[in-house]
Design a protein around this ligand. Structure first.
Ligand SMILES: NC(=O)C1=CN([C@@H]2O[C@H](COP(=O)(O)OP(=O)(O)OC[C@H]3O[C@@H](n4cnc5c(N)ncnc54)[C@H](O)[C@@H]3O)[C@@H](O)[C@H]2O)C=CC1
Ligand SMILES: O=C(O)CCC(=O)C(=O)O
Length: 520
């Protein structure tokens, strides 16, 4: 690996460099990586704009073959898993699974392209004899928005990074992509970036379809979002970072959409009959979800809400026992670990909050020690700081005096990616009463499971009201993610010779069409 970054078909080096740090040891890793300059960012965006008109009008099958080629190239990269493990501290099994999720995601978008519904073809045929006025021939399809800036996430070095869901959905839509790799895993980013670059070449696509810029400074990311050629942004990371990018995008002479996935504490509701039947099992399973990946999931179960009583005591005892035996895990970066420790100290120091259990003692660098807290519904409602996300394996159990207090706790929450119900048949009526609140708050509501681990599928919604995301109308995981990067265009009375293939009368692409309100 040579430490370059990728501008179109070129690998570029610069004198200004930075290194990845192995978070398990704090050792700086070779090689040194070139930091992209602001001119490099501008060049990547210009190439993307040059490629746009050609790339967006490629046949769906061509883009599908491209996505498949990227997946194949990623699977062929030597040393990818090892490098990602070194740069993130995540275990090999987890990274291997994540690679499968990443390539599976690319292949799912390839399949979606061949199915054609994404093109959104709707036709209202002309009614020349309609009284009192004739109707024109109206043909709608969706086209790509333009070049997209994607920010790789620290916590998913493959599935939410260079070739992750944002990139896959933007490329599927017909948008060239300029990725800013996350500075914590530049080697992983480069290896995956090279795989995409190779796929661009093999598929004969314009070089500007993909570039990867690298560097740690906010100026770099800010310049990318501000570049006039960029027409949308995909981001997963901190609330602070996401909001900074939203502000830059809104202040541009031409504001653009930012799809930022930010903070979420993912409430878990324990209903009385479920608690009575299996409190101890629920306690253990909750700690499994909480501590997975050192808790570094935005879907991590950060709060548990239940009626106070002996069954909740049994849940808490089982959770405390499981968490008390949980070994500290390497976190992604020194600063994420420091933020975690700070968040745990702040939460534990709030009035009305008790520390129920901590994971076993910290014995190495950047190890996150799990933390379980408890409080009452009244204290939680009175103090918004108790609902701040602590990114890592920390969670708080909220003991409510009655059902009305459960509802008040939920009403007080900000927007969430998920809400989880642990319930039995006898709990359904209580759950039904809370469903309207949960629908207003969350993008995904699940029963008798745990929120971590998102399925990549057609029905998935990985989104939710602010601050879970900056735009609750969409999802960043699953096939519906393509919609973020498309916009409708209506063609009125254009002759067939001028129409794009997607909406020509003979339907040469064989796309599904809604004609005069009826599915063809
Ligand atoms: N909710 C979630 O899913 C996640 C939350 N986090 C939170 O974020 C904290 C920091 O972790 P990171 O992953 O590094 O996230 P981050 O938001 O600090 O950085 C993500 C990316 O955005 C860029 N960036 C950040 N602020 C920027 C700005 N003002 N202008 C331009 N570019 C900017 C960074 O260089 C990086 O490429 C964690 O401690 C955690 O609290 C991190 C990862 C996921
Ligand atoms: O739980 C998952 O699989 C996805 C989590 C996620 O989107 C994140 O942590 O950024």
């Amino acid at each position: 690996m040579d430490g370059s970054f990728l501008i179109g078909a070129r690998a570029v080096t610069r004198d200004d460099t930075f290194r990845a740090i192995d978070p398990a040891t704090n050792e700086a890793l070779d090689p040194a990586f070139a930091t992209s300059s602001l001119d490099d960012v501008a060049e990547a965006c210009r190439l993307a704009a040059d490629a746009f008109d050609t790339y967006r009008e490629t046949d769906p099958e061509t883009r599908a073959a491209f996505l498949e080629a990227i997946a194949d190239e990623i699977e062929a990269v030597d040393g990818l898993i090892e490098r990602a493990v070194r740069e993130t501290g995540l275990p090999q099994g987890r990274i291997t699974g994540e690679r499968g999720r990443t390539t599976g995601q690319l292949r799912l978008f390839a399949k979606l392209l061949c199915q054609g519904r994404w093109a959104g073809v709707v036709i209202d045929t002309a009614l020349p004899d309609r009284q009192p006025l004739p109707r024109a021939d109206l043909r709608q399809r969706r086209i790509a928005l333009g070049p997209v800036a994607v920010f790789g996430a620290s916590n998913f070095p493959l599935a939410f990074s260079v070739a992750g869901g944002d990139t896959a959905s933007a490329l599927a839509a017909g948008c060239p992509v300029v990725v800013k790799g996350h500075p914590a895993h530049p080697g992983t980013s480069l290896l995956v970036g090279r795989a995409i670059q190779a796929a661009v070449r093999k598929c004969g696509l314009p070089e500007g379809v993909f570039s990867l810029v690298q560097g740690a400074s906010n100026a770099l990311g800010g310049a990318l979002v501000a570049d006039p050629h960029i027409k949308a942004v995909g981001f997963t990371g901190s609330r602070h970072g996401g909001l900074a990018l939203v502000e830059i995008a809104q202040k541009r002479p031409e504001p653009i959409p930012v799809y930022a996935e930010m903070s979420s504490i993912n409430p878990v509701l324990l209903f009385p009959h479920a608690l009575a039947a299996r409190a101890a099992d629920l306690g253990k399973a909750y700690v499994g979800s909480l501590t997975m990946g050192a808790g570094q999931f935005c879907t991590n179960p950060g709060i548990v809400v239940a009626l106070d009583g002996p069954d909740l005591d049994r849940f808490v005892d089982a959770a405390a026992e499981a968490l008390g035996g949980a070994a500290p895990q390497v976190m992604l970066t020194g600063s994420i670990h420091a933020n975690y420790d700070k968040g745990v100290t702040l939460l534990g120091g709030q009035s009305g909050v008790e520390t129920i259990a901590r994971g076993t003692e910290d014995s190495g660098v950047n190890r996150g020690r799990a933390a379980l807290f408890g409080t009452t519904g009244a204290a939680f409602v009175a103090n918004p700081a108790l609902a701040d996300e602590v990114f890592g394996a920390a969670s708080i159990v909220i003991r409510c005096a009655d059902k009305a207090e459960v509802a008040r706790v939920l009403e007080g929450l900000e927007g969430q990616l998920t809400a989880t119900l642990q319930l039995d048949d006898e709990d359904v009526e209580d759950a039904r009463a809370l469903l309207p609140i949960l629908e207003r708050k969350a993008g995904r509501i699940l029963a008798n499971g745990w929120p971590t681990g998102v399925e990549v599928s057609y029905a998935m919604v990985h989104g939710g009201p602010f601050p879970a995301t900056s735009d609750s109308r969409t999802t960043s995981v699953g096939t519906a993610a393509i919609e973020r990067f498309l916009r409708p265009v209506c063609y009125q009375d254009l002759p067939d010779a001028l129409l794009p293939k997607a909406i020509q009368r003979a339907n040469p692409l064989g796309l599904p069409r809604l004609i005069d309100g009826e599915l063809e």
